[in-house]
Design a protein around this ligand. Sequence first.
Ligand SMILES: Nc1ncnc2c1ncn2[C@@H]1O[C@H](COP(=O)(O)OP(=O)(O)OP(=O)(O)O)[C@@H](O)[C@H]1O
Length: 803
Amino acid sequence: MNGGSELERAGRLLRRVTAGIPEHRNPVTHVAELPARRARYADWPDWAPAGLVDAFRAGGTERPWTHQAEAAGHAWEGRHVVLATGTASGKSLAYQLPALSALLTDDKATALYLSPTKALGADQLRAVSALDLPGVRAATYDGDTPRDERDWVRKHGRWVFTNPDMLHSGILAAHGRWARFFRRLSYVVVDECHSYRGVFGSHVALLLRRLRRVARHYGADPVFVLASATTAEPAEFAGRLAGVDCVPVVEDGSPRGARTVALWEPPLLDEFTGENGAPVRRSAGAETARILAELVIEGARTLAFVRSRRGAELTALGAKRILADVDRQLEKAVAAYRAGFLPEERRALEQALMAGELLGVATTNALELGVDISGLDAVVLAGYPGTLASFWQQAGRAGRSGDEALVVFVARDDPLDTYLVHNPAAVLERPVEATVLDPGNPYVLGPQLACAAAELPLTSGELETFGGPAAREVLDDLVADGVLRRRPSGWYWTSRDRPQHQVSIRGSGGEQIAVVEAETSRLLGTVDPGSACGTVHPGALYLHQGSSYVVDELDLANGLALVHAEDPEWSTSAREVVDIAVLETACTRRYGGVTVNLGDVAVTSQVVGYLRRLPSGEVLDQVPLDLPEQVLRTRAVWYTVSEELLRGGSERNGRAPGGAGLDPALVPGALHAAEHAAIGLLPLFATCDRWDIGGVSTAVHADTGEATVFVHDGHPGGAGFADRGFAAVVPWLAATREAIVSCECPAGCPSCVQSPKCGNGNEPLDKAGAVAVLDIVLGAVKHGASHGHVVDQAAEGRAASTG
Ligand SMILES: Nc1ncnc2c1ncn2[C@@H]1O[C@H](COP(=O)(O)OP(=O)(O)OP(=O)(O)O)[C@@H](O)[C@H]1O
């Protein structure tokens, strides 16, 4: 309920953070009030053993909320289920209830828990262990589990907590040693399943199919329980991920306090300029430090989410500096938090924050998953976290206990954030986006089918599970390449080596480039070969779990990048020349002078140098590089615009409204600017990051013969993002136009048409021209669609050279 005194509190907090700012510079673009929600309870189900219910009660859970009972009930009755409810809505109890009931009532039953991070798995194991139930034998099996413990888990573990990586390379690869475990596998819990998106999601989807297949081999048919942040179309997504039909449970019965959400756009700075003289805004981090300090002064327990570890540390430091001038005691009430903290440190921090000893914590997304912090007085988001699901997950840490809380979303200097703070409905009223993954990606299917065949020979009857005809095609290729052998009874893996160790489920195929710290020979991580030149070229700043390193040497032949630890002020961005060729057009829509297309492309790129840039946006220098060309075959969405429309001759053909009257010299800049903004806005419609996609624009493209803007997936074979863009082309391009128009800069800045990863130094760019181009395209598409001129055509494949 929105009681008067509650509203007063959030209002007071908001007034505090805007105090002293002159009205004409007021950064708050919108304020919304979200009502409170009451708890709805259900009874404990009859089937739950009394000892289990007692243990939950002893832990402080008197009765389950309605969604918990509903999801648990489906799972207990053998229906696969996906629970997609808000932050801190008690999703753990919903799967613990059926899984533990099974373990307690059948002493041979087993269960598997999968989480995207080790830390989350460890937290969940701790929660189950704390219930102290006899005979459950819950244990972790991940990369950190010592050898002798591994044997014990295989022999005796009943609830195994692991992650997709270990399931892939440690459990399925050696399933014979897990026969006991698989025989009575009753439940598979897939926690935080919305994080399985893009190429990683496609790998996990196939991994879960492999898991089911192996379980069946041992006679088990486990029930899948998927837990997700709120997401659009959860049943469809869960089905695609797990490969089984899942009942969706989305009616959240947990209570929540009322919240005031303020959208905030930092002001343009008068004193600095960025690339090509463009204006820059005060950084979201600096603004957040100030807001955090003000909230701490008000005594509000506040969490600030900042995108990078360095950013989180700087924000905490900034807030401390401000507080030191006010009251030295308050300085101590602020801390930074990042991934890599030990569990005890996390617990201590959670408790200090809940108890009010700590008032302000600046954190990276590390705190987004698997921490039990809720009911805070305020949450500040420094920059859009990439998806609405994450936005609400982070905002959901505020206001649980019935008190009103404040959420401030501070825009960063980029087109998506700009769009969001000027279009509150896009944040506040839009359903959470669907999570995108594509289990049919041949680049993922190939290695996954090889692993599946190595686990157990594949029979034709099983192909349906792996995508039917697409899988068949990939298998034929694997046989032709000598990877698999075809026998009458199926497809066989013939080598002695297991393929799992060569297949990285977090990458997108091919030999990975190992990033190694030269001094210690420590392997920090791996990079896809396709993106190595752009991310680990000599001189590049490489971030690993928030720590920074600088690359000394990139040895592509040996798949190695050598780095040293260094934390410079600057960051780097690669300069590259890019060319794109249409390989096959899957679908074309024609709208009189404009076409919108979806298909396969080859993107040829060569990194030719890099820029070093300060956090203010200022460019320090440009360094040339000599690296080989790379070719990426992937999926793209593209539109073309006829010269007639660009020039303004549309009155004559009478089919599309208003031509642009664009000077031909301005066309490249207009298309380039429209492309940048479109890349920035696609994450609003597909769950991708702008770094997962790329674009190319050209005034006359060799394959289309016209002005063309391409936006392509950044992974071999595609990850479904371009397909989403094609499906949502009108709202996507309308939002793109809106983002450009609502930025008040005169000629283009990072908030609208400049891109932080432009391979071309953000030149040429024409902001007004971009709006004109988007107007033509949107006008033609809307007009064509309403007048029946759309021609949907699946064109024949045609090869094109990568000129
Ligand atoms: N029925 C209930 N009644 C009261 N408290 C509950 C109930 N169920 C769960 N809780 C408490 O709610 C908190 C959040 O639970 P949990 O961590 O399982 O939520 P979650 O939905 O998994 O959170 P996240 O969004 O972080 O994944 C915990 O402190 C838990 O003890």
